[in-house]
Design a protein. Structure first.
Length: 318
């Protein structure tokens, strides 16, 4: 039994405190999931500062009606995180103007889409009518207990990101992205072999100019993933290779979107078959390859990759 609910209106303060603490914990989980170093308790201060070109300590206190010690504590935390900076007023050198730092502005851009989703979810959770605040709290907590607040927000953000993924073809301006994404992935799981470095450093020479293709996944003009079709042996056989996704964008099914695009493109240009080389330690990747129809075939003795212990092929249904 929930004792606080049994107290009715007498437990209102404690109920609000419990909901507040829950929301803060769940919001922190969302920030952590997207690798954003931010404390939800700093939101009011950070938002006030971000809304203005410059704000003083006393203006913050007037706007938020927080105690001075609470404001000072939050300012010190924001300074420690290097999210804000002080400037002196041109007319009154005794007055300090607080603004976002460069890091603060970059963090703000990462936080905006998350705040938007938090706002949407809270509105969805609180739109039902009720006859009292206690009844409304009961409805809200019932919803929060049904599915965690953080999971709901994360799912909505992932869904939106997945919808906004754009697949584009190779352009020389993406050469560095191709190299960086793959090198990061290789260093995370294996080592960078000489063959890898040669191909990644010269994608036009080893892939494009030989009749191959490279695709990139972009979100809001940011390159977040890549994959290549590299011709091998003869013009009818292509290797699906060099697939990599930015670490902070993993979990959004970007790799699967690249995979589907590559297979669809292969059908479009009439390729009869694709092969790929991989490692059994990459269990999730192997699972996805099988999901898209790749089957295991024998690995030839002169496999170009030292890390390779599995070869797979996809016969394309034209």
């Amino acid at each position: 039994m929930d004792a606080l609910r049994g107290y009715g209106e007498l437990g209102l303060g404690s109920r609000l405190k419990r909901v507040s603490e829950y929301m803060m914990r769940e919001t922190q989980l969302v920030y952590n999931h997207f690798n954003i170093d931010f404390d939800p308790y700093l939101f009011p201060m950070f938002k006030i500062i971000s809304n203005k070109k410059g704000v003083t300590n006393s203006e913050i206190q007037t706007s938020l009606q927080f105690t001075q010690p609470a404001i000072t504590q939050s300012i010190n935390k924001l300074l420690k995180k290097e999210l804000i900076t002080y400037q002196f007023d041109e007319l009154d050198k005794r007055k300090k103007i607080i603004t976002l730092s460069n890091k603060g502005n970059k963090t703000l851009e990462k936080l905006k889409p998350i705040w938007k989703k938090i706002d949407i979810v809270i509105k969805d959770y609180t739109l039902e009518s009720s006859s009292s605040l206690i009844e409304h709290l009961n409805i809200l907590e019932n919803k929060l207990n049904t599915k965690s607040f953080s999971k709901t927000i994360i799912e909505k953000i992932k869904k939106e990101i997945a919808q906004n993924i754009e697949i584009v073809s190779f352009d020389s301006k993406y050469s560095k992205n191709f190299y960086d994404l793959n090198i990061e992935w290789l260093k995370s799981y294996f080592i960078v072999e000489p063959y890898d470095d040669n191909v990644l450093s010269n994608p036009e020479k080893y892939i494009i100019n030989k009749g191959g293709y490279i695709f990139f996944a972009k979100i809001n003009n940011e390159v977040v993933g890549t994959v290549a079709l590299m011709p091998i042996g003869n013009e009818d056989l292509f290797e699906l290779t060099k697939m990599a996704v930015s670490p902070k964008h993993r979990g959004f099914k970007i790799g699967q979107k690249l995979m589907q695009h590559t297979i669809d493109f292969s059908k479009l240009i009439g390729l009869p078959k694709l092969i790929l080389y991989s490692s059994r330690k990459l269990e999730n990747a192997i699972y996805i390859y099988r999901k898209y129809g790749f089957i295991e075939v024998p690995v030839e003795p002169n496999c170009p990759y030292l890390r390779c212990d599995i070869k797979m092929a996809l016969v394309i249904d034209l």
